[in-house]
Ligand binder design. Sequence first.
Ligand SMILES: [Zn+2]
Length: 441
Amino acid sequence: MTDDEIERLFDLIRVPSVSADPAHAGDMDRAAALVAEEIERAGGRAEVRATGGHPLVVGEVPASTGDPRAPRVLLYGHYDVQPPGDPERWESPPFEPTIRDGAVFARGASDDKGNLFMLLVAVQRLAAAGRLPVRVGVLVDGEEESGGTSAVEAIAAESEPTAACVIFDISMAEPGRAALCTGVRGLLYRRVHVTTAERDGHSGLFGGAALSASHVLLSILGSVVPTEGALASELAGGAAPVEDEERRTWDELPSGERVLANGGLAPSDPHAAAEFYERTLARASLDVHGVSAGDVAKVATVIPGHASATLSVRLAPGQDPEAVSVALERLLQDAAPDGAEVDVERLGDAPPAYMDPRLPAMRAAEAGLEAATGRPPALVRVGGTIPVVGAMVDAGIPVILTGFALPSDAIHSPNENLQLAHLALGVSAAQEILTRLGTVD
Ligand SMILES: [Zn+2]
């Protein structure tokens, strides 16, 4: 990047746009305005759009030919950042970008201001050279780090046909080799209520004869928890296949045994460590997060009349959220005996996303990343949930999710940083990808 480009990125980083902290509301507006300026600098128009939460930056940049029928590519990123945490743990102030050892250190340097800026600079350069072959839509979120829904709502309301969405917000597989994401898991979060009586009973009087809510809860949870890592077929079905190329990438990653041990966790069954990546990235999983019945702090011989639990299903890429949700509820209801009332409360849904590497947009991304880095990207998946990616794929938009952070960039931690050389690498990759997307229908 040029000195001028870097200085503008640093100006954006200096704005402490911490979305989780209401004290930074004014900073959110300032950061959004700076992002809008960058879109205008590319020859586009931009708007800072008020939402129920923090503003969204929405913009459009015309293709260099001016052709309104040129393919449209949407760029997504976020201008909000995680709180800096304890300032004592930072070697330089979190909101003063500081260069040392070839990297810029600051909150947001990598996630996502640095990565977002690579995309914006690429558009500016292609437009200035008269070589922007696509119409560019821009959607920049101010609530990514705080669980807001404004961007997902904006995506659901998108009506324009879009050839692809490009997001720079993940790490490279390793220095010199980019990662291209083929799948993100979704999430169904539920609270289950079991009622067997209006009030608790006494086990001395009724024990052995009365229906207990705690027993019913344990048995209905037992009907959905995995056996040897496998979920009931109704909950596991529909997962997208795993390419050999993806498996080869997993073989190069640290062993499942080591990852579990580093997390201080024991494997769930004898095959869990060997199947770690398959299970956490490509299959559905179910976890019971909390269970409540009676009062374990007391010695009380009650038969609880009410019991509840929270659980979630991580949906595999390719699965239909509604089908799994209905199946989950049916399994829980069917396992309950007469006399028990089971109520399943929906606390949150986010669809999974599968990005088939054979899609033309994904091929264009692979070729663009290889042109910029000299190596084909590693195909990776994300076991967590990124609601905007699910929303885009649901809207029929292929998502190119990549980025130029490194696993060692301390994202969300003190001393977050980004390699300066990666700014240039990312701009070049973004240019290569956008150029190739010009020929994808
Ligand atoms: Zn991010």
